[in-house]
Every structure is written in C-alpha cells, then in structure tokens.
Design a protein around this ligand. Structure first.
Ligand code: APR
Length: 245
C-alpha cells in the first residue's frame, strides 16, 4: 500500500498527503468552437454580428426585450443541434485520476453533456431562465424558445439566466478558493479580456503548474505559464494524455 502511494506521488497523481491532485480548468468560448459555436471576438465572431448594448445588457432588456429574447433563443436552438468535442471529452478522462473542477465563462452545457461532473458557470447558463425580479427563481428550459409573457412563479417575466455586461458575477467568490488550491490550472480558449473572469489566474499558488491552450496563446503573458498554441480539440487530449501517463 505504502509503495503504491509513493509510486502515485512520484507519478505526480497524488499530493504529499496522498490525496488526488487538484486541477482547475478555466474555459472560454474557444472550448466550444470546434463543436460549431462561434466565439465572441474572433474574426466573424458574435460581437461582430451583434451589438452588445442591444442584446446583452440590462439596458437592452429594458428597451427591446424581444431583441434580447431572439438573440438567446437563436443561440439556444443552435446549442441543441451541436455536440461536445474531443476537448470536452478529454476532460472527462482527466476527472478519473485528478480532482477536477471546471470553471467556465461559457453559457453552453457542452461540458456537462460530455460527462464532466463539476462545472461552475461564471456567466450563467443558456438552458436556464429566471424571474427578471427575483434572481433566485431559476428554472431549467427543455426547449429553445423563451417568449414575452412567460412568467415565473412570482408573476414576473422570465429572462435568460445569463450575466449581462455591467451585471455582477456572483459565482466569482465560489470560484476563487478552487483556483487558490489548484495544483494544476489549464486555461482553454479564452482571450482573457473579460474581467473579473480573467483575474482568476492571479489567485493561483506559486507552486501551481499553469497551462494555456489557445491558437492565440502567444499574445498573453503570465509568469510560469506554459502556452500551447493549439485548438482545444487537439491540445487538450494531448495534455491530458501527458498528465495521465
Ligand atoms: N480552441 C481553443 N481556442 C480557440 C479556438 C479553438 N478551436 N478557436 C478560437 N479560440 C480562442 C481565440 O484565440 C480566443 O482567444 O478562443 C478565444 C475566444 O475569445 P473570446 O471570443 O473573447 O471569448 P471568451 O474569452 O470566452 O469571452 C469571455 O466575454 O462576450 C463575453 O460573456 C461572454 O463569456 C464571454 C466572455
């Protein structure tokens, strides 16, 4: 038994006290790009096609709720037509041998549909809606269309359960301790431009191993960060294979 623990510790799968090493995944839109979901800021991205102020802000909801509903209904419809990719699936394998927490900026449910068990959404979830007055009244949606007149139990209009620009990110406080305790942090497919999500890396402990998988990873600099300029669907399976060796 002792030999086993030492062997696994040497194999970097257990930490000093023989516990599974902790891995945190910080994922963004690039994680789902190979599933066919457009990112926001790449060429031809969502924010080139839509104006944030018109579809993803409290002002937009106030001024033109139908435009906002149409925007998220279209994205929900598309989400129901796509599948997780090899990057999502590789993380399920990693969960077998490491204590894994996914902290995603994505509102899609592809991590969960791939089989990942611990997924925290910083910016909300497309397949959920909530009362526009009481943010605690949250419901699952099993179809793509949310309409004006769809009400919550408090009698108020339902809105997408999404963190819009200018709104606070309530999950951040829950995410920070996971990053602080992580032995390994893997950033995947995010431009690291949107705060406070992009600040999470700064909570990592100095001994943590840091990886960044993104075709444009070179543009971002952080101490001891190993950059992998590959797509998620290629770079993640390779890194996971290495970590499972
Ligand atoms: N694999 C990995 N990374 C990819 C891939 C891919 N196949 N394709 C593109 N990328 C990278 C791009 O190089 C870019 O760095 O994904 C990143 C996408 O960046 P953004 O479009 O800015 O998306 P993200 O960082 O997730 O945006 C953050 O902004 O719009 C808001 O709330 C929205 O959660 C979102 C937040």
């Amino acid at each position: 038994m002792l030999i086993n623990v030492v062997f696994l510790y040497r194999k970097k799968r257990l930490n000093m006290v023989g516990k599974m090493r902790k891995v945190v995944i910080l994922s963004g839109a690039g994680m789902s790009a190979e599933s066919g979901i457009m990112t926001f800021r790449d060429m031809g991205g969502i924010w080139e096609q839509y104006n944030i102020e018109e579809v993803a802000s409290p002002i937009a909801w106030q001024n033109s709720p139908q435009l906002v509903l149409d925007f998220y209904n279209q994205r929900r419809k598309q989400l129901m037509e796509v599948e997780p990719n090899t990057g999502h699936l590789a993380l399920v394998d990693l969960e077998q041998r490491y204590e894994l927490q996914i902290i995603t900026q994505n509102v899609d449910n592809l991590h969960e549909r791939a089989g990942s068990s611990k997924v925290m959404h910083l910016h909300g979830e497309l397949m959920k809606v909530r009362s526009e007055v009481n943010e605690k009244l949250v419901y699952e949606l099993d179809h793509w269309e949310l309409k004006l007149g769809d009400k919550a139990e408090d009698g108020n209009q339902l809105r997408p359960h999404i963190v819009w620009f200018g709104e606070s990110v309530p999950m951040l406080e829950k995410a920070i301790p996971f990053v602080q305790e992580a032995d390994i942090i893997i950033i995947v497919g995010t431009s690291m431009q949107v705060y406070p999500a992009a600040s999470l890396i700064s909570y990592s402990k100095t001994s943590a191993e840091l990886f960044y998988i993104d075709p444009n990873a070179e543009d971002y600099h952080y101490p001891n960060l190993k950059t992998i300029t590959q797509k998620a669907g290629e770079g993640l399976p390779l890194l996971v294979k290495q970590l499972l060796k």
